[in-house]
Design a protein around this ligand. Structure first.
Ligand code: KG4
Ligand code: ZN
Length: 395
């Protein structure tokens, strides 16, 4: 069966790009989305195509690496072809091919890296390797360029997704970007906590959009999940040259599990799981009639605790590092309450916060092509030995 493709771009109807220079084809396959996009000058998204694997992984409540690799293999050719068609250009028009090198799932990354290497070799075009986390940061820079907004520097970037919760101090010098990692999670990523709590409560996958939508119907203060504290071992604190901001979400997930056990919610969760399983392609709104007030309050309180923690620590880090602006990216950046909370705090503290467009919050290839642009201009081309780097750090 051909993959279902989702696409977003500034000008999806454009038959021909008016200027066939500065074109980079981005390829993303680090997790469960196969993406290809054509971006001009690192700023203008001509096409942005995604084949999502949600349907494949949903029955398991999480990404199954083997299945992900297999789907990337099936999807990568039609996704790239569609991205070129929508951008109105051919392979020959491209100036470079950019690909996600890591971090991510090894087998999934390899599909994109090997495909991009083959393409670059056959076309004799430069190949640019991009860190997925840097890609998420450039999703915000794309939005800032589109809004003609100047991002004051240094900027503090919160990258918050299914696999990552990181804080980076980012600065541009002579056209290239430098990153310093100043915060991270010690256990689960925030998106992972959304996914696990959603599964625990018999809701859908990925969990973020379900919890985001249902939380609007609950009382966020009903369950008093306290502020999340992370104990830093003294010897480690001494080793660190700069203050580190640590996140932790596995304790909160366990607190939700305890609440479920204490309040005997197991049978109602099972009933909800079964009811939703009978509705193929059910959207979060479908779950409302299967959630009682107590469950909706639990969902809203969980989300409030995650959002409060992310906002509080990000502003604290921004203050500590004298950041002149904040940017928030990654799948969890699509969360409504997170955006509202960040924006109201930004107003209070007079520190601007920028988000990517909603469709560029989750994994996509436009952000990979955008992040590749400064590297392309600087002649930072990947070696022939390029391979997938599942644990590639940034900064
Ligand atoms: O950036 P992304 O597409 O993939 C990774 O790099 O991990 O992020 C996916 C994560 C999932 O955990 C998903 O539940 C979460 O982003 N997510 C959300 C929302 N939309 C997606 N979390 C909270 N609220 C949302 N609206
Ligand atoms: Zn991501």
């Amino acid at each position: 069966m051909p993959p279902t493709l989702r696409s977003s771009s500034d000008s999806p109807q454009t038959p021909e790009p008016s200027r066939k220079t500065g074109l980079i084809l981005g390829i993303e396959s680090s997790c469960d989305e196969t993406g290809a996009a054509v971006v001009r000058d690192g700023a203008e998204v001509l096409s942005n195509v995604i084949a999502s694997q949600i349907r494949t992984h949903a029955p398991y409540g999480g990404v199954v690496p083997e299945l992900a690799s297999r789907e990337h293999l099936q999807n990568i050719v039609p996704v790239v072809r569609t991205a070129l068609q929508q951008a109105g250009c051919s392979l020959e028009d491209l100036d470079a091919i950019a690909v996600t090198e890591g971090p991510g799932l090894a087998g999934a990354l390899l599909v994109g890296v090997m495909y991009a290497k083959g393409l670059a070799f056959a076309l004799q075009k430069p190949l640019i390797a991009v860190n997925h986390l840097e890609g998420h940061i450039h999703a915000v820079l794309l939005e800032a360029k589109k809004q003609q907004q100047i991002l004051e520097q240094p900027t503090l970037a919160l990258v918050v997704s299914g696999g990552h919760t990181h804080l980076y101090l980012a600065e541009e010098a002579h056209g290239s970007w430098r990153y310093k990692n100043v915060g991270r999670t010690v256990d689960d990523a925030a998106g992972e906590a959304f996914d696990k709590v959603s599964k625990l409560l018999g809701l859908g996958y990925p969990g973020g959009p379900w919890i985001d939508w249902l939380a609007q119907h609950g009382d966020p203060h009903a369950v008093p999940f306290g502020p999340i504290t992370v104990k830093q071992k003294p010897y480690r604190a001494a080793q660190l040259q700069s203050p580190r901001f640590l996140f932790s979400f596995s304790g909160l997930k366990t607190a939700v599990l305890r609440y479920v056990q204490l309040h005997d919610l197991k049978s109602s969760i099972e009933a909800r799981r079964e009811a939703l399983a009978k509705l193929p392609d059910a959207k979060p709104a479908a779950a409302l009639e299967f959630c009682d007030t107590g469950t909706l309050n639990l969902i809203a309180s969980f989300q409030r605790a995650v959002v409060d923690d992310l906002v509080r620590k990000t502003f604290k880090a921004a203050e500590s590092f004298h950041a002149a602006s904040i940017l928030v990216s990654g799948g969890v950046a699509a969360n409504r309450e997170l955006r509202q909370h960040f924006l109201s705090e930004a107003k209070k503290r007079r520190l601007p916060v920028t988000f990517p467009a909603l469709e560029l919050s989750t994994d996509n290839a436009a952000m990979i092509a955008a992040a590749a642009w400064p590297k392309f201009v600087a002649g930072d081309v990947a070696a022939e030995t390029l391979t997938a780097e599942p644990s590639l750090p940034l900064g």
